[in-house]
Write a protein that binds this ligand. Sequence first.
Ligand code: HEM
Ligand code: HEM
Length: 201
Amino acid sequence: MKKILVWDLPVRLGHWLMAGGFAFAWATGDSEVWRLAHVFAGGAVTAIALFRLLWGIIGSRHARFASFVRGPRQALGYLKDLLRRAPRHYAGHNPAGGWAIVLLLSLALLTGASGWLAYQEMGGEWLAEAHEWCVHLMLAVIGAHVLGVLVGSLAHRESLIGAMFTGRKLGRPEEAISGQHLLGAACLLGWAAAGAWWLAQ
Ligand code: HEM
Ligand code: HEM
């Protein structure tokens, strides 16, 4: 195995913008003064999660849901192998990580939707509470996600975090993707800005 390109630019850019946007929205959620910035950052996270759904269908090989969303049996099997210190190496996402990704994207969309409805003052106090609950759930999954990334990095002796910056991981040459998808990344940035602006109206 050698270092090959697995994560295209829309995946990497989308990931770090979502992580940064989440942290910012989390830090500003309580404040009236920061409300517009909060809605903009949270809106960007929501728009990027929506874009990621489309990219999971039309994106490059390892970004596609079909390449990493697996049943619970495979996810549990991977975790058991991890406990036995003999996990199988995947060039893309492993089956347990795949579940965290689906959960994170779904929760980001639910958080954004409940936040937007609360912002529009539709539905009353329970919507603000639903928004807060979505954020708590998301925090729990993010904790598990980051723990999984750290354990996976140790188990495979490979920096998965570094790979989310460079796009390169260990794999067989035939598993590499062919390009960075610059046009996809430009569309992502435009869509995220437009989505955040629209949600903040
Ligand atoms: C992933 C993105 C988001 C995160 C992590 C997030 C996080 C939070 C947090 C932590 C609070 C404080 C809850 C509390 O303790 O009362 C909050 C409140 C709020 N958020 Fe978000 N939020 C996100 C997206 C959004 C979006 C997209 C909108 C609107 C378009 C929005 C609108 C609001 C509003 C209006 C409140 C105040 C609710 C109230 O207490 O009346 N949020 N958010
Ligand atoms: C500082 C905290 C975080 C770190 C260090 C981190 C790290 C990573 C790494 C290394 C991967 C690739 C996993 C693999 O190799 O299979 C990944 C994937 C992913 N992470 Fe995170 N993450 C963080 C926070 C977040 C947050 C806050 C979200 C959601 C709002 C998130 C959502 C995702 C998603 C959706 C993927 C799949 C990427 C894709 O295929 O598009 N992450 N993360």
